[in-house]
Design a protein around this ligand. Structure first.
Ligand SMILES: Nc1ncnc2c1ncn2[C@@H]1O[C@H](COP(=O)(O)OP(=O)(O)O)[C@@H](O)[C@H]1O
Ligand SMILES: CC(=O)N[C@@H](CCC(=O)OP(=O)(O)O)C(=O)O
Length: 330
């Protein structure tokens, strides 16, 4: 199945058929005696260009991860909410999973709690877990619900704890000591990874015409609260819901190579190399691990997109002018 308009043979065929049948509609219209505002005609063209994509994606689930770095600007948040509401209006089932790393960092700073990351994951003691849940499930989750409401949609804000959506287990990481070269276990505290996803609650919300907005907090087998990287959470939900797409919105144009040039397509094998040669670091590590996991788990494609670009998702889904880094299984 073609995954992007501008790379998909199917979409190209649809466009050429339309051109052969009707010529350029904009060109044809200005041949008449009635002058029609060209800007309006361009708008109509854009809608017609979107039609085959709307038809193709109706009924599909798209998981959208909205990163903390992409959230800062109110205009970007409004654009993001409009994109999600538009997707729902044309029959796609969007599920929003949000981050909030910078916002958790700011709150920890206010509270004078030190924080550090290992491979893009925040080391989380009991106090940090409490703050992370407060910021993610409390303020950020409800803010996104409000933005979607303002854009004319209906959203329900939940975390992985609700309806036991995400059961988590403790992440176990090892790191090689640079001096001794010995592999050592690193204790990240209450950092979890999804071990089970029960999709019933999000399916109920989606089927009722509403948009689920999920905070990346999970619950352990004994009821402990786990702080989960939001990319990891989004990937697990995308696999469990059989999503066709996973969008990861962040604050860079996509994955950049060592010369800072955008890498527009990546396979899981190439991603392994990027990690080994140090091209990717920090938050990009869990992001790309998630993309690999998702496409190997059945998601058609995962795309890392610049959330600062107005309507980045609409351009990616409904036009030939998508951008970002697209990951597909080998
Ligand atoms: N090769 C790379 N290309 C692009 N970004 C990279 C790369 N390596 C590391 N990064 C970092 O990854 C960050 C995105 O991850 P993260 O900070 O977790 O964002 P978010 O909060 O949106 O999930 C970028 O801002 C950038 O600093
Ligand atoms: C374990 C872990 O690192 N959890 C993340 C959860 C939020 C997140 O992932 O937010 P972004 O997507 O904005 O980075 C954290 O505490 O920052």
């Amino acid at each position: 199945m073609p995954v992007r308009g501008w790379r998909g043979a199917g979409a190209a065929a649809m466009h050429s058929t339309r051109d052969e049948a009707g010529g350029c509609r904009y060109g044809r219209a200005i041949m008449t005696d009635h002058a029609i505002d060209p800007a309006l005609l361009l708008k109509a063209e854009t809608l017609v260009e979107a039609l085959p994509y709307m038809q193709r994606y109706a009924g599909e689930t798209f998981v959208v991860k909205y990163g903390g770095h992409a959230m800062g600007d109110p205009e970007a948040a409004r654009d993001f909410a409009e994109d999600v509401v538009l997707m729902k209006a044309v029959g796609i089932n969007p599920i929003v999973v949000h981050g909030g790393g910078p916002q958790i960092g700011a709150m920890l700073k206010t509270l004078n709690v030190e924080t550090r990351f290992v491979d893009g994951l925040r080391v989380t003691d009991a106090e940090t877990a409490r703050v992370a849940e407060m910021v993610l499930s409390g303020s950020i989750n409800k803010e996104i619900v409000s933005w979607i409401g303002r854009a004319g949609g209906r959203a329900v804000g939940i975390s992985g704890k609700d309806g036991r959506l995400v059961t988590a287990e403790k992440v176990r990481r090892t790191q090689r000591d640079p001096d001794s070269n010995i592999e050592q276990v690193v204790d990240l505290g209450f950092v979890g990874e999804p071990s089970d996803v029960d999709t019933r609650l999000i399916e109920t919300i989606s089927k009722s015409g509403m948009i689920p907005v999920v905070a990346p907090i999970g619950v352990g087998a004994d009821g402990e609260t786990y702080n989960i990287n939001a990319d990891t959470m989004a990937g697990a939900i995308a696999i469990a819901t059989g999503a066709a797409r996973l969008f990861l919105l962040t604050d860079v144009p996509g994955v950049l190579d060592k010369q800072k040039k955008l890498m527009s397509d990546l396979s899981p094998a190439q991603i392994g190399t990027l990690r080994q040669d140090g091209t990717i670091s920090g938050g990009m590590i869990p992001k790309l691990e998630t993309c690999v996991h998702a496409v190997e788990g059945g998601v058609d494609a995962a795309v890392i997109l610049d959330g600062r670009v107005p309507h980045a998702m609409l351009l990616e889904i409904f036009t030939k002018r998508g951008a970002g880094t697209l990951v597909r299984a080998g």
